[in-house]
Write a protein of this length. Structure first.
Lengths: 804, 339
């Protein structure tokens, strides 16, 4: 809402309050000021000048030399090329930008010479001042702005142009919350100013004289759909004279951001801005049968609205119709052919009240949100129709632009809309944590025109938001001052704690950081094309997504079913930005449709890395350390066979460098080197690695660590080298050793894998360092030898023989 | 014989003096003191001496031997020290060379700040509750006193999955789920991702994070809300931090407030950093609307409560002086490495 400060001062004199203070006060009482601007702020040193003389320019056909009185004592010579400055302009008043002046758009005016003649400034057109013909309809567009003394009053040379033409208003921009449509109006904001600053408020009941007769003789009105239209009032104005509205009205409209059109149209806009209640004006010629029906549209019925667009209506849309067709979409926009024309003679003013939800739905479905619909959708009160309609009639008479028929039409569904709420001062103080005397509360409410009677507070007609005792508490609190309310600490005791899952997730994140990974945060929605980029097969289950029906773009149109593309994108961005290496992780949700209303949102952790430091075994080491710290034992890594039925992401990985991670036989994750195709898709020019783990599975598998006593007895170490088929995974050899050595095994550590000379082709030599220890006694050589023998036997079962 | 001993002593002294390494000292020891050494050879000739001469000569020989031994050990000690000093000197490092590149990870700034916020609230007795991001219209709007046609919905441009399912626009949806599942007293925060149909720029993102707070109990007041938020901001930003409340409207709270943080730069006077307002808008809050309580089966005549929603991005950006929200989602290592 753009408020004209000039207009506000019509109702409450705040001219002595600095604007900044006014704005701060209103903001803190609940009408938030976004900003304020002053009209013509870019214009400086432009004054009223009287043309004293106009002479032709000896070197130019189209230039003339003027002498003007700009109030400086001496005549000033200014050369102009405007066609409307001629000899007969002598004696006219014009705006003159003097030497060193500024104009809108950062234009600076300096004295100079035009074809040899000194020019000490510039005479200005409307456009050069940032104005249009809508603001000054008597001026011309391509010529100097001749100031109209009849309209502007006595003009004195040297007067600052802002003041002379009233281009000096301040516009205050408010952010009005949807519960206060009354503040989308000058009167509403004047009332708030009154409540905030306790200045006297001067609002008069509108009234008009009328020429006798009754509107119902000219027009019949019937509300067919009483549910969606609670009241419809109409007045008839005859013998209208369409012309520009007066300066004061144009000024107030301009500062409110509304373009002046003509007096009748301006009156409807003026009343809407002043009272907050939208108005409409019809030319009675175009109301067939002089009959107005407020009804639901027929399915498929058409109307061409004021903006020239033909719209197809549905039965959900409420229309104002004549005997044949809709002439307006109720509360949204009028029809193209029913409005005010230059030759309009008789006008019907409409002030009605429509159901807010219905107007909102209609405006939305037709895609035309208007100033009117923006107000109606917030639910206006039918009692506000009458003052608005009367104000319009009053303005017609004040402007002398028509004859108002005395009797007005008033159709109403008769529902009582008076709002009230319990008034309980004790409760309010308890609820706010304050100690405000009851009389003080009543005074606050009185300032807001809320009347207290018998324990209830009764709202004025324009306040539809008073329903609960909380609403009254709020009114009291905001006038008391939110910031005068004490600060207290919640009473009572409570203990807050993280759930085991939350604690686990925190530890997971901390461990990832301790392993050297940087945490990233990426969007939850991705492009469906990202599934191609990570090489998912066409039929992959991950392509079944939760889709956004109104996405910002394809890139963010589906909820991710895998974190992997997000990670790849971040790896790619870092690679592209020239970062030599990256080791990243993210804990985030995936969104997996499950056939129900809402998808599953399981948490996953994904790691990604590239750079010289990182290879498959580094990443695997990170996973192993992660499991170790989290208390997860017994993880197994199996070569991925290509169909990873856990996450369905095997195709994103190098087929020979990808492992499925199992805990207790359950697949919980996948890791490996990214497939060269995927790297190419993301334009990552180096090897990169990724891991994905299912967090709930990790949680289920983890156990809180307990202390294992340290053995007092010395350990015994043996090295063992075996030769076996190259195909046999080392993990199987380790398992065999563990089984063979049994309880006394402390650790098996791989220290060498060798292929090449001295080893038969297709075979490899694998060397382990084995440490054994007993909790009960010092191991003897015999015991160790026996254990090694058993280990060798188990290894032998796999075809591994001791290396000679 | 006496002369021979003196000569040995003399030559041993001179040679010891001249020696400059451990090996030559060892050679000297062998030459003079070993069983086949020169001194031993002389002592063997003692047998040819008279009984009168023998003690004196024996004494002399022993003193020569003792002196050589002592000199030898002194010299060895000295050489060892010199050698050690040389070695240490040779091992000198350029301590100004950079240290080794030890990989260290970092938490994302959003989560680093979130962890702090969680700690503060855990300390105040709040639990942390999670809720779904893909949410029903009911939990995201209807139950929060925002029926389908409510104009307040326009202030939250919503991503729709279908007519009844949305990406939650606010973590307030968790309020309802919590009140349905728990009975008062309730003290929870619920951090999480929320979604609004805003194009990406320096201050907007279609995805951002909120931290919802909800307290329901007997006798909870607006002053409790004010005190709680003031405490939070002082813990986050320091004890000189000041906030102010401004009346506002949310359909699910009444009274409602927007909470502003006094601009650190100008202390409330107004400067370019706070767009001349002196304050920076921080979060929305209010007393839970009786209609919302009733809808969750909580009697508003018995219980009251407050709720708030903090923008995590906003407090993170304020905390670290980050001026562009996009940096948080670009995840460039050079950015992430700064926190």
């Amino acid at each position: 809402m753009d408020l004209s400060l000039r207009w506000l001062n019509d109702y409450i004199d705040v001219s002595d309050i600095p604007v900044k203070e006014l704005c701060a006060g209103l903001t803190l009482s609940g009408s938030k000021v976004e900003k304020y601007t002053t009209e013509g702020a870019e214009i400086s040193n432009v004054v009223v000048a009287k043309i004293l003389d106009v002479k032709p320019h000896s070197n130019s056909d189209h230039l003339v030399i003027t002498q003007v009185d700009a109030g400086t004592g001496e005549p000033i010579q200014i050369v102009t090329g405007a066609p409307n400055i001629r000899e007969d302009s002598i004696g006219s008043f014009v705006p003159a930008a003097l030497d060193g002046s500024t104009l809108p758009g950062g234009v600076k005016i300096k004295k100079g010479k035009l074809r040899g003649e000194a020019s000490n400034g510039m005479l200005c057109s409307l456009g050069e001042l940032g104005l249009t013909l809508h603001d000054f309809p008597n001026a011309i567009e391509d010529g100097i702005f001749i100031l109209d003394e009849k309209e502007l009053g006595e003009l004195v040379p040297g007067t600052d142009i802002h003041k002379a033409i009233g281009f000096d208003d301040t516009t205050i921009e408010f952010e009005i919350t949807p519960n206060r449509p009354d503040c989308l109006a000058v009167l509403g904001l004047a009332r708030e100013t009154h409540a905030t600053f306790c200045r006297p408020l001067d609002i008069k009941e509108p009234s008009f004289k009328g020429i006798g007769g009754s509107a119902s003789d000219e027009l019949s009105v019937e509300i067919v759909n009483k549910e969606l239209c609670s009241r419809y009032m109409a007045a008839v104005v005859k013998n209208v004279k369409i012309e520009p509205s007066p300066l004061w009205m144009r000024q107030r409209l301009r500062a409110s951001g509304v373009r002046p059109i003509n007096n009748l149209v301006d009156i409807t806009n003026y009343v809407m801005l002043e009272y907050g209640h939208p108005m409409h004006a019809f030319d009675i010629r175009y109301i067939n049968g002089n009959s107005i029906k407020i009804r639901s549209a027929a399915e498929g019925e058409k109307i061409t609205t004021l903006d020239g667009i033909e719209r197809t209506l549905t039965a959900k849309n409420l229309v104002i119709a004549d005997s044949e067709k809709p002439v307006a979409v109720a509360g949204v926009m009028g029809g193209e052919y029913s409005g005010i024309m230059d030759d309009t003679n008789t006008v019907v003013f409409e002030a009605a009240c429509f159901n807010g939800a219905s107007v909102r739905t209609t405006a939305k479905s037709l895609g035309m949100r208007t100033d009117a619909s923006a107000r109606f959708e917030k639910e206006l009160d039918p009692r506000m129709c009458e003052p608005a309609l009367k104000r319009a009639c009053q303005l017609v008479e004040e402007l002398g632009c028509g004859e108002v028929v005395t009797g007005i039409i008033d159709c109403s569904n008769g529902v009582d809309t008076q709002k009230s709420a319990p008034f309980d001062p004790e409760w309010i103080n308890r609820f706010l944590g304050t100690d405000i005397p009851e009389a003080q509360m009543i005074e606050y409410l009185d300032r807001l025109d809320i009347k207290v009677k018998d324990g209830r507070a009764y709202a004025p007609a324009y306040r539809g938001d008073i329903e609960y005792k909380n609403d009254i508490a709020e009114e009291v609190a905001r006038l008391y001052g939110y910031n005068n309310i004490p600060q207290t600490i919640i009473r009572g005791t409570a203990s807050g704690e993280l759930t085991p899952v939350q604690r686990f997730s925190r530890k997971l994140s901390q461990t990832a950081v301790s392993l050297g990974a940087y945490e990233i945060c990426t969007f939850s929605f991705v492009s469906p094309k990202s599934f191609d980029k990570i090489a998912l097969p066409a039929g992959s289950k991950l392509r079944k997504t939760v889709e956004i029906t109104n996405p910002l773009g394809e890139d963010t149109s589906v909820m991710r079913t895998t974190l992997l593309p997000s990670m790849c994108e971040v790896l790619a961005r870092n690679y592209k930005n020239g970062n030599a290496e990256a080791f990243l992780y993210e804990i985030g949700n995936e969104y997996i449709p499950n056939g129900g209303e809402l998808p599953d949102e399981p948490a996953r952790i994904v790691f990604g890395a590239y750079g010289d430091r990182y290879d498959f075994y580094y990443i695997k080491g990170a996973v192993e350390r992660l499991f170790d710290v989290l208390g997860i034992d017994g993880a197994e890594y199996e070569p991925c066979t290509g169909d990873d039925d856990v996450f369905d992401e095997a195709h994103a990985f190098h087929p020979g460098r990808c492992a499925v991670i199992l805990i207790g036989g359950k697949k919980v994750g996948i890791m490996g080197e990214l497939h060269p195709d995927v790297l190419e898709n993301y334009e990552i020019g180096t090897k990169a690695y990724a891991v994905k783990l299912n967090v709930p599975d990790l949680f289920d598998a983890h156990a809180d660590r307990t202390y294992t006593p340290l053995s007092r007895f010395p350990s015994m170490a043996r090295d063992l080298a075996v030769v076996c088929d190259d195909e046999i995974p080392v993990a199987h050899l380790e398992k065999a050793i563990a089984e063979g050595v049994g309880r006394i095994l402390e650790s098996v550590k791989l220290f060498d894998v060798y292929k090449g000379a001295q080893i038969e082709s297709g075979k490899k030599s694998v060397a382990f360092s084995i440490v054994m220890r007993s909790d009960e006694a010092t191991l003897t050589d015999e015991q160790a030898d026996a254990a090694m023998k058993k280990a060798l036997k188990k290894l032998g079962d796999l075809g591994a023989k001791i290396r000679e | 014989m006496k002369e021979k001993l003196s000569a040995i002593l003399e030559s041993a002294r001179a040679e010891l003096e001249a020696s400059s390494d451990i090996k030559s000292l060892e050679d000297l020891r062998v030459r003079y003191l070993s069983k086949k050494g020169e001194l031993t050879a002389i002592l063997k000739m003692m047998g040819g001496l008279s009984a009168e001469e023998r003690p004196a000569m024996g004494q002399l020989a022993n003193s020569v031997r003792a002196e050589i031994e002592q000199k030898l050990s002194e010299k060895t000690e000295q050489l060892k020290k010199e050698l050690a000093a040389q070695k240490l000197k040779a091992e000198k490092l350029d301590v100004t060379l950079p240290g080794k590149d030890i990989p260290v990870g970092r938490a994302h700034p959003l989560n680093a700040v979130l962890d702090e916020v969680k700690e503060i609230f855990l300390g105040m007795g709040f639990d942390v509750v999670d809720g779904p991001e893909v949410e029903t219209d009911h939990y995201c709007f209807e139950a929060l006193n925002m029926p389908k046609s409510h104009p307040a919905r326009d202030t939250q441009d919503t991503f729709y999955i279908n007519d009844n399912v949305v990406l939650r626009t606010q973590t307030s949806s968790v309020q309802i789920r919590t009140m349905e599942q728990r009975k008062p007293p309730i003290r929870i925060i619920s951090p999480g991702r929320v979604y609004r149909s805003d194009a990406v720029d320096a201050t907007h993102s279609p995805l951002f994070h909120q931290i919802e707070g909800l307290v329901i109990d007997k006798g909870i007041t607006l002053s409790d809300l004010y005190g709680t938020l003031d405490l939070l901001m002082k813990k986050l930003y320091g004890k000189d931090t000041q906030i102010r409340l401004r009346p506002h409207h949310f359909p699910y709270t009444e009274p409602s407030a927007e909470v502003d943080l006094m601009c650190f730069n100008c202390g409330g006077k107004g400067c370019p950093m706070c767009k001349n307002e002196g304050y920076v808008e921080l979060l929305g809050a209010g007393m839970v609307h009786p209609k919302v309580l009733e809808g969750c089966g909580i009697d508003p005549e018995v219980y009251s409560g407050f709720a708030f929603g903090i923008g995590l991005e906003r407090i993170t950006m304020g905390r670290y002086g980050i001026n562009d929200m996009r940096l948080l989602y670009e995840n460039d290592m050079r950015f992430l490495g700064q926190f």
